[in-house]
Design a protein around this ligand. Structure first.
Ligand code: NI
Length: 247
């Protein structure tokens, strides 16, 4: 259930029975020659909503702009600084906690968010820890990367092997092709599989990865693969979510 399509009395009613919520979080950044700018936010949203359907959990609006400073050398990419994203995540948690949500699961679509979102959880917990007489917050937050759901890796490996890479992967592009079949794009990939290296800022990234990809060949993506990946990720994450909240 999408919380943005509910009324406040309906949310109030939900909170009488349970206190968990899914928050999709992604990024708006270049995804190579054929990947959508919104890939990371769209994957988190599609999979996060599917987890909500399977588990009965409420689903928050997607936090669609993440920590993607290294992609700013490509048009269309947008980023929050780590400190800005931490503030956003902390305030989202505090808003939900104030209404009685105690199990907040961020379904993540972007590797670059992990360190920042995890630090934001610590910021939230620290407020309780530093309180004069020591609060004990009932709130627990977790971050789950959809591509690390146990059933996802074997499918990516089977379909793409070493051409999966780590950015603009055929798996994530497949998920968007499944969800948005009217927006499938084709583009030449040179070389077929992109290089791999480390990077620092946006200029360094663009120098190392001229077309935006890291180690991947997203020309191999397909909507059929996307359907399998969404089902696998949502199935795993929903089961894990239900066990986390004791249902
Ligand atoms: Ni991505």
């Amino acid at each position: 259930m999408r919380i943005d399509l509910m009324s406040w009395p309906e949310v109030d009613h939900y909170l009488e029975d349970r206190s968990d919520i899914i928050v999709p979080i992604g990024s708006t950044e270049q995804h190579g020659p054929n990947g959508l700018i919104g890939t990371d936010a769209l994957c988190a949203e599609v999979i996060g909503r599917a987890v909500g359907e399977k588990s009965g959990a409420l689903v928050a609006p997607t936090i669609a702009i993440g920590m993607a400073q290294h992609h700013l050398g490509f048009p269309g990419s947008m980023s929050l600084r780590p400190s800005t994203l931490m503030a956003v995540v902390r305030d989202v948690i505090a808003s939900l906690a104030g209404h009685g949500f105690t199990r907040i699961c961020f379904v993540n679509g972007h590797g670059g968010n992990i360190a920042t979102v995890t630090a934001a959880f610590s910021e939230y917990y620290a407020e309780s820890s530093f309180a004069a007489h020591g609060n004990s917050t009932p709130v627990e937050c977790r971050l789950r990367n959809w591509w690390e759901a146990p059933s996802v890796g074997p499918i990516s490996k089977e379909l793409y092997g070493d051409a999966e890479g780590s950015h603009a992967t055929p798996s994530e592009v497949s998920v968007t092709q499944f969800a948005f079949p009217d927006h499938i794009k084709s583009a030449a990939m040179r070389p077929d599989v992109a290089p791999t290296a480390s990077f620092t800022d946006a200029a360094d990234y663009r120098r190392n990865f001229p077309d935006g990809r890291i180690g991947s060949n997203p020309a191999l993506a397909s909507p059929e693969a996307g359907a399998r990946l969404v089902e696998a990720a949502a199935g795993d994450l929903a089961a894990e979510h239900l066990s986390w909240i004791g249902r």
